[in-house]
Ligand binder design. Structure first.
Ligand code: MG
Length: 373
């Protein structure tokens, strides 16, 4: 199995504490000068994670949050800045944002605020945020089927649902072999109309994101719902807790994030890639490792690069990692909060939206999202 090791520079290596004399510093490259300007406005962190996130203070281009590690990476849009487009305050504050989905025809982004039992909506036209849905069943991940209908993974009600055009909901799956699903987490849709979803069970491990209940089914499965509604097991393991998932642009591969490390650091924190073979998944191998921390939500761009949320391994793991289809880490977008999930959006699907713990972040990129959402 191929395993990618990652070495990232320490975030504390601030350019202002590097030991350079002032004269020597002023003689450095224009790129360094731009970093100095950024730091002068935003603070001392070289990725400007300590910037004024209200957007009032200027940030000097190129956007300092990007750390490009491989020259093959072309996804950075140099004259686009990382924005925190929403951060709820007071009673509106979010606790754990997840499950972003771009609804282009609705002109909005939807995402889950799981502990607050609601789905929120960011309006593309004016940036207004409102509640799209209360009593969401503590939904987590969302996606859209090939007809554009919203698909929701519900923690508390332990089911996969589809929202119809008239606003009613249809239950697609809530059990398998007569046993209740654990707590569906995320899903991806194949061109044949089937929906692949994971069921790691985080919604039944306590009252915060659902309710405590016994596991009736293995947490290690990827299920497939065919267009007729028949549910089968597409894969069982090697993941411990399969979480986010996405197809490669040619739909020949399925990437599955494993957040098994939530059970302890001895367990996986990686992405497993499968070959899609008919209705099953074959030949699992490790695509990339994310310890310390782990990735949760993932999406491919049209070039096949895999954009991966990252966090839970300390401040220097907060952000988004971009991996080449061969597994190589290409770039890292540093953020001040743990990123749980992400999706591409906008009319051109060239804007990356990130659910960042209690905030929503967005950045235009020089890449195009592969899937409808
Ligand atoms: Mg997830």
């Amino acid at each position: 199995m191929k395993k990618t090791s990652v070495k990232l520079p320490a975030a504390s290596d601030s350019i202002l504490s590097s030991g350079l004399s002032r004269r020597g510093f002023l003689a450095t490259t224009a790129a360094s000068a731009s970093l100095l300007a950024t730091s002068a406005f935003a603070g001392t962190d070289k990725f400007a994670r300590d910037r004024d996130w209200t957007g009032e203070a200027p940030v000097t281009y190129p956007e300092p949050a990007w750390e490009v590690l491989d020259k093959r990476f072309t996804g950075r849009q140099g004259n686009a800045t990382l924005q925190r487009i929403w951060h709820g305050k007071g009673h509106n504050a979010a606790l754990w944002c997840e499950g972003p989905v771009w609804m282009g025809d609705w002109g909005c982004l939807l995402w889950s605020d799981i502990p607050n039992h609601r789905v929120l909506r960011w309006n593309e036209e004016d940036g207004h945020v409102s509640v799209f849905q209360t009593e969401s069943g503590y939904s987590n991940g969302h996606t859209r089927d090939n007809q554009g209908r919203l698909i929701a993974m519900e923690h508390d009600t332990r089911r996969v649902r589809r929202r119809e055009y008239d606003g009613t909901w249809t239950i697609l799956c809530d059990s398998f072999d007569g046993k209740k699903l654990n707590a569906p987490n995320d899903a991806a849709v194949h061109p044949d109309g089937s929906i692949y979803f994971t069921d790691p069970g985080y919604g039944i491990m306590g009252p915060y994101e659902g309710h405590k209940a016994e596991f009736e089914l293995p947490a290690s499965r990827v299920y497939r719902i065919d267009p007729a509604g028949k549910v089968t097991v597409a894969a069982e393991g090697p993941m411990r807790r399969p979480n986010g998932l996405c197809f490669s642009p040619d739909f020949k591969k399925l990437y599955v994030a494993d957040t098994g490390a939530t059970d302890g650091s001895q367990y996986p924190a990686n992405i497993v890639v499968f070959d899609v073979s008919g209705t099953t998944l074959k030949s699992p191998r490790i695509f990339a490792d994310f310890a310390p921390g782990f990735t949760d939500g993932i999406r491919c761009d049209t070039d096949g690069n895999v954009w991966c949320s990252w966090g839970w391994g300390g401040m220097d793991t907060n952000g988004v990692r971009v991996h080449h289809p061969d597994g190589t880490l290409l770039a890292f977008l540093h953020t001040p909060e743990v990123i749980s999930n992400l999706c591409f959006g906008g009319v051109k699907r060239n804007r990356l939206f990130m659910t960042g713990s209690t905030s929503i972040y967005a950045v235009y990129v020089n890449a195009v999202g592969h899937a409808l959402t």
